[in-house]
Every structure is written in C-alpha cells, then in structure tokens.
Design a protein around this ligand. Sequence first.
Ligand code: AMP
Ligand code: ZN
Length: 216
Amino acid sequence: MILILLGPPGAGKGTQAKLLSLEYGVPHISTGDMFRDHKARGTKIGREIQAIMDAGGLVTDEITNAMVKDRLARPDVRQGFLLDGYPRTTAQAEYLERELRSTGQKIDRVVSYEVPEELVVERISGRRSCPKCGAVYHVISNPPRRGALCDRDGATLVQRDDDRPENVKKRMQEYADKTWPLKRFYQDRKLVAEVEGVGTPEGILAATRAALEGRA
Ligand code: AMP
Ligand code: ZN
C-alpha cells in the first residue's frame, strides 16, 4: 500500500504516520526527519539546507526529489510505504507520479488531515522533541513524565528551530502557497480521503482507519 499524508505543519501527520506504519507494516518515509538527520550528521546536504530549513522555508525540489528517489530505491519499500511531508509542491507531486509510473506502482490513497489554524499554531508551539531518539512530546497534551526530559532515555528535550514562533509563520505561508494546492491535485485523481485531525492520536488513528477502509 502506498499512502500519502497531507496536511499543514502541526496537523499530527508525524504521529499518525508512526502509528499507521506499525499498523500496516510499511516503512514511514518522512522527508523532514531525513533532512533533520542530514543536518545532525553535518552532511553536504545538511549544510546546504540548514539555513533555509531553520527559517521554515522549503528545501528545493531538486534536492528533495533526489533524496526521495534514493529512498524509494531501497528494497524495504516494495510492499508499499507511507509518505509524511512529501510531496509538498506540485513539482514534487508530478515528479513522484512519474517515478511511480516508471516502476509500475501507484498511490492508493492520500489522507488529508483537516485542522483549524489556531490548533495548528498551539500544537507547534508546544511541541518538544528528544534530540537523541526523536520522541515527540507536547508541553500540555503529551508532557514527559519528568521535567523536560525524555521518558525513554532522559535526554533534555528541545524545541525544533523551525517550531520557534518567528519561523512558524513562514512555514504556514509556505504551506498555504505551495502545499495546499496539492489537495486539489489529488482530488482530481480521486485519491483524497479527508480526516478530521482533531482529538487524541488514538481517535485520529481510528478516523484514519475508517476513512481508508471506506467507512467514513
Ligand atoms: P517537517 O518535519 O515535515 O515539518 O519538515 C521540516 C522541514 O524540512 C520543512 O519545514 C522544510 O524545511 C523541510 N522539508 C521537509 N519535507 C520537505 C519537502 N517535501 N520539500 C521541501 N522541504 C521539505
Ligand atoms: Zn529520547
């Protein structure tokens, strides 16, 4: 199964992607995680994207598409995969379509998480993550057990640079300008399943499952 998760920053795509990946047994491909990993390792790509990413801008289609192409060449994606945070522009969506066509694959569904803007801002500003294991918390809705320390490994949680208030505005603008039109793109291809992205992660997972199984 090939699934794409669409929605604004802070819509909970990452959380749902982790849950869905376990449930359906397909790899979770997050271009945001891949870029953060490049940055943390200080690779050539990492150095190229650092400034733009920290400021909440989008990495170029060229770099992003090339990275995704490499990822989709690995054998674990043969039974399907789940894309979280990609595509984010029409050029990326068109690129993906061509790539999949060339290997005889096709997208099964595109889940569009619908979340009111106020909630998105609240979710992003409260988000904290573990620099060691990548676990994600929220200061109010999903706080760590002890202070600002990761439950799993005790590392001090941090706020992502692009989650800082001054950069969130830029990300929302990029979303509105470049990513929002993708919903239409996939609606034209009759692939979109809308899911209300409000509530607990378990509740949203149940709604996603229902939408994918045609019960919504
Ligand atoms: P995310 O974790 O998906 O919110 O991604 C974090 C950041 O990585 C974004 O704000 C962008 O700077 C960059 N990024 C992730 N995915 C893409 C993409 N598909 N196209 C361009 N930039 C991306
Ligand atoms: Zn941790």
